[in-house]
Design a protein around this ligand. Structure first.
Ligand code: SF4
Length: 379
């Protein structure tokens, strides 16, 4: 994840540059259930509105949590499918809070209503992330459900009224890029705390949409808009977070933006970007799926590192006899093509390996999703 607002803050209040330090354990994105009431076009888990066999029981989830705790995992992102369809979601969430994990709920928002908002508020989630793919019809088309937008927006409002920190997640493609400005405006009007911009990745249902992915120019325009909006918020003293996901080259793109806009601050931002270090899949980010399989992140569902029913997560995660894990944990990673010769490799880390693997069969070839020009990666 790339935190735009954090770097924007650095423009005004620079903090000391320190060596890159990994947190004690990875943030775990946990797909507790595959069932979903929606069938979104870009879903990486290819969910459906039916029960999937073999999912972890409550007791199994609790015992994995104990292992995650002793492994010093700081945060659990409870996701799905639609996590609110899991009958024990509040039990699991309460246990997560009890164990003092930063606990986030990642939902499509359509099932948050007056019948359950009190329970949601009582858990005291540290963050609730709700996906919106655009305004009204655009969102409904992506979500393949008439009225989904209205329901999700109502869910956002209820969370906001319950004083929960709430964020909107937007996955951009060619078919919804036009809604980005209106969505940013909506988020401001609704007092949304965080805007998470997700680049479309090539995995799950998203993989089948490769041809409709937003082209590089649209991505650049979107990033410019995000930077400008974030700067504007910052200058107005509005505390909102802007983050991006699935493309670590965003850090390099931001460096070029800073060089143009605030050349006197560019050296500091470059140093802070290097401290961040880019892609962290398999290192600081982990994924457990509904069946207990462990993956380097949510986009690697076709690659199993092991199952928590057979070995504790903490053992699986440290096992570098797996070649993918060995490669991801190498510092620096060995990546070929334009990434290998990129001047800014230490900022981006070679970006998203799953995209390289899915496009070329080689996880260590250049990331085909990089939208920077040859000139930008050379200087
Ligand atoms: S060329 Fe590779 S390492 Fe350089 S910015 Fe693009 S994706 Fe990142």
């Amino acid at each position: 994840m790339f935190r735009i607002s954090q770097f924007m803050q650095e423009l005004e209040s620079p903090s000391p540059v320190q060596p890159r330090r990994n947190p004690p354990g990875p943030v775990v994105i946990w797909n507790l259930i595959r069932r979903c009431n929606l069938t979104c076009k870009h879903c990486y888990s290819i969910s459906a509105d039916k029960d999937f066999a073999g999912e972890l029981s409550t007791t199994e989830v609790f015992s994995v949590m104990d292992d995650l705790k002793q492994f010093r995992v700081p945060a659990l992102i409870l996701s799905g499918g639609e996590p609110l369809l899991r009958p024990d979601i509040f039990e699991i969430s309460a246990r997560s809070k009890e164990l003092r994990f930063f606990t986030a709920l990642s939902s499509n928002g359509t099932l948050i209503d007056t019948s359950n908002i009190e329970k949601i508020a009582a858990i005291g989630y540290d963050y609730v992330g709700i996906s919106l793919d655009g305004i009204a019809d655009t969102h409904d088309k992506f979500r393949r459900m008439k009225g989904a937008f209205v329901k999700s927006l109502a869910g956002i409002r209820l969370c906001h009224e319950a004083n929960l920190k709430v964020g909107v997640r937007f996955t951009m493609t060619q078919d919804n890029a036009h809604d980005l400005p209106a969505l940013l405006k909506l988020c401001e009007d609704e007092g949304v705390d965080r805007f998470y911009f997700s680049h479309l990745n090539y995995a799950g249902r998203g993989n089948k949409n490769r041809k409709t992915d937003a082209r590089y120019q649209a991505t650049r325009q979107a990033m410019d808009l995000l930077f400008d909006t974030c700067l504007d918020y910052h200058q107005r003293g509005l505390e909102k977070e802007f983050t991006t996901g699935n493309t670590d080259a965003d850090g390099v793109y931001m460096l070029h933006w800073v060089r143009r806009r605030f050349p006197e601050k560019a050296a500091h931002i470059e140093a802070k970007l290097k401290q961040w270090g880019g892609n962290a899949s398999g290192v600081n980010v982990a994924n457990i799926d509904n069946l207990g399989n462990v993956h380097p992140d949510t986009m690697w569902w076709h690659y199993n590192l092991g199952n928590v029913r057979d070995r504790p997560f903490s053992t699986i995660w440290q096992d570098t006899s797996d070649p993918l894990m060995a490669g991801l944990k190498a510092l620096p990673r060995t990546v070929g093509g334009r990434c290998g010769s990129c001047t800014h490799f230490s900022i981006c880390g070679g970006n998203t390996r799953v995209r390289a693997q899915q496009m070329t069969g080689d996880a260590w070839s250049e990331d085909p999703g990089c939208y920077l020009t040859d000139e930008e990666i050379a200087a």
